[in-house]
Design a binder for this molecule. Structure first.
Ligand code: DGL
Length: 271
């Protein structure tokens, strides 16, 4: 039993897709979320800058003495996971391994689609992990640089002309490849699940990397005897690097509860 909190971070609101699942399957755990809303998006930046930002995100979360840290960001998971693990003596979970395991299990025709930020696609991390797990799987990968800013601006609902147009443009080659599973390789994308699913059709299974990662974390904590186990609901705190209003509004809608009172702004450059 370990009552320390679990730290979760992303460049913005996307990591909430992992946090929501963590909270659902482990309601007793205390969760501390950091969204780097002042510097989002990370996905178009160089490896050096992504690593520098991720180091600061980690340093901030480590002030809470967490028992584990979840990188609820495809970009950081694909680009900086090894570096962060080397530098920090705390269990760190990324989204790639759990997502790839799920996709390999789901696909029947061995054709998997992958969408992510420029940095994630450039890294080749998802393809490498899939190839190691199930050689022979064909991956059709597509970078979607405009989706994160779109989601951060709340443009995610079906019927939204911008969201529908962008999704169709990015997904056309993936659909044409005949995939039967699509890895939503950025944690922001599940907020577009209905739009993406609407375009891809019901025969294509969508793999939510945040959700898969949360389930993976639960199993690992159980194996390592690190679950909280305390009766009652855990405490959820949220920190952002820009003003709290936009984050609070989006987070409250997505999480289905008013979180405004639990959101605080910090200066991430101080870490
Ligand atoms: N949610 C992040 C990811 O999973 C978004 C990256 C970005 O800020 O561009 O990749």
């Amino acid at each position: 039993m370990d009552t320390r909190p679990i730290g979760v971070f992303d460049s913005g609101v996307g990591g909430l897709t992992a946090l929501r699942e963590l909270a659902r399957i482990m309601p007793d755990e205390d969760l501390v979320y950091f969204g780097d809303t002042g510097r989002v998006p990370y996905g178009g930046r160089s490896r050096e800058v992504i690593i520098r930002y991720a180091r600061q995100d980690m340093a901030f979360l480590r002030t809470f003495n967490p028992k584990a840290i979840v990188i609820a960001c495809g970009t950081v998971s694909t680009t900086a996971l090894d570096v962060l693990r080397e530098e920090n003596g705390v269990p760190i979970f990324g989204v790639v391994e759990p997502a790839v395991a799920a996709a390999a299990q789901i696909t029947k025709n061995s054709r998997v689609g992958l969408i992510g930020t420029k940095a994630s696609i450039r890294s080749g991390a998802y393809e490498r992990a899939l190839g190691a797990l199930r050689p022979g799987i064909a991956v059709t990968a597509q970078a979607c640089p405009l989706l994160v800013p779109m989601v951060e601006n709340g443009r995610c609902r079906p019927g939204d002309i911008v969201a529908e147009t962008m999704a169709a443009e990015y997904l056309a080659p993936v659909k044409a490849a005949g995939v039967d599973a699509l890895i939503l390789g950025c944690t922001h994308y599940p907020l577009l699940k209905e739009v993406i699913g609407g375009y891809m059709g019901t025969d294509v299974a969508l793999v939510d990397v945040g959700e898969q990662c949360a389930r993976w974390v639960k199993k690992q904590l159980e194996w390592d005897g690190l679950r909280n186990g305390r009766p009652g609901a855990g405490r959820h705190r949220y920190y952002v690097s820009d003003s709290t209003e936009d984050f609070s509004a989006l987070a409250s809608v997505f999480l289905g509860e008013d979180v405004a009172g639990d959101v605080e702004q910090i200066d991430i450059t101080a870490y």
